[in-house]
Design a protein around this ligand. Structure first.
Ligand SMILES: Nc1ncnc2c1ncn2[C@@H]1O[C@H](COP(=O)(O)OP(=O)(O)OP(=O)(O)O)[C@@H](O)[C@H]1O
Length: 341
């Protein structure tokens, strides 16, 4: 659905050149939710804005739905943009227009009749759960409701792709959840391809099928969300994965336990897919002559299945510990022994 080939964006400023996006190759499949994560300044906004030519690449090629965007005329680009919609962190609504009028705006531009507009707007209001609010002005809505208007407006002309520029960053955690649920719902109902940028791994974990990690303008790692969670190769990715698996206090607890009990083994177990749902620890305790102390654990759902990590402390003979580790491996559980180093 979307292909980026050697895409670069260089900004020329009075302080010199900034390589905002540096030789990026990406492929987003039709119907998937693809997340791009990175810290501030990594180049995410510049990258997503090149997917609808709000920003033109300095070099390289962007193809969306079979069209190479760099080669389109202004008129063709306007048409292509109807198929590539966008929602924004600060909603970008028209404040003097009601909810209905905001949603109608792209339909008016597309030259639809009044009857078509009315019927489509009502359909969209229902789809995003804003029944009864059609006559309200944006200033009368909560942040979550404003983003629902943004989503309805973006869907008005039946786009093939929805670009989300930090769409939940201005929302509280509960509202974030409901907007993320809505994005999954429209992805499934409409088969819409969604590309989102975020700095929160929670967003990737909850709704994305695949993820690309950006650092200094480059994509440093990409893959299925579950396999990136299981096996992050870059340090930056490991840090992002920790955002959703390891609360800060775990690090302190483990440090303390490693110092306090140098003889016992602290082990981090990573469960992926089916193994996250099996009672492996119960079996471990029954089978081996070990005392097992559970320090911290968490299982989260991703779009590709469950993912969990658990920290345990094992006490017993070295032979039993080795057998227990082998047993865990046999059950597709990844084991990392945390030592005093
Ligand atoms: N119009 C511009 N002119 C000059 N430099 C720019 C411009 N837009 C972005 N940059 C620079 O390009 C780099 C990437 O910025 P970008 O906004 O794409 O990153 P980001 O990952 O989206 O970060 P944030 O979440 O803070 O927006 C930064 O160094 C930024 O200062």
């Amino acid at each position: 659905m979307i292909t980026l080939e050697s895409v670069k964006k260089v900004f020329r400023t009075k302080d010199g050149e900034v390589n905002a996006v540096d030789t990026v190759d990406l492929h987003v499949q039709q119907g998937e939710i693809f997340g791009i994560i990175g810290y501030s300044g990594a180049g995410k906004s510049t990258l997503i804005r090149m997917l609808n030519m709000l920003e033109r690449p300095t070099s390289g090629n962007v193809t969306v739905a079979g069209k190479s965007l760099s080669h389109l005329s202004a008129g063709e680009l306007r048409k292509a943009r109807q198929e590539i919609s966008m929602i924004f962190q600060h909603f970008n609504l028209l404040w003097s227009r009601t909810v209905k009028e905001n949603i109608a705006f792209p339909l008016e531009i597309a030259g639809k009749s009044k009857a078509e507009i009315d019927s489509r707007v009502n359909e969209l209001i229902k789809l995003v759960g804003l029944e009864g609010r059609g006559g309200s002005y944006p200033s009368q809505l909560s942040g979550g409701q404003k983003q629902r208007v943004g989503i309805a407006r973006a869907l008005a002309n039946n786009p093939k792709v929805l670009l989300c520029d930090e769409a939940t960053s201005a929302l509280d955690p509960k509202t974030t959840e409901s907007i993320l649920d809505l994005l999954v719902e429209i992805n499934q109902k409409l088969g819409l391809t969604i590309v989102l940028i975020t700095h929160e791994m929670h967003v990737i974990r909850k709704i994305c099928h695949r993820v690309a990690v950006m650092e200094n303008g480059k994509v440093v790692e990409q893959g299925e969300v579950l396999s990136v969670f299981r096996n992050p190769s870059q340090n930056i990715t490991k840090d992002f994965v920790k955002q959703v698996t390891e609360p800060e206090e775990t690090v302190d607890t483990i440090k303390h336990l490693v110092e306090e009990f140098p003889e016992s083994k602290i082990i981090r177990l990573t469960f992926v897919g089916g193994s996250a749902e099996q009672p492996v620890i119960t079996q471990l305790i029954r089978k081996f002559d070990l005392s097992v102390n559970i320090l911290q654990g968490k299982v989260s759902q991703t779009q590709n299945g469950p993912y969990g990590s658990l920290f345990i402390q094992l006490d017993g003979e070295q032979e039993s510990v080795d057998q227990a580790v082998a047993f865990l491996h046999e059950h597709q559980v990844e084991v990392e022994v945390i030592d005093n180093a």
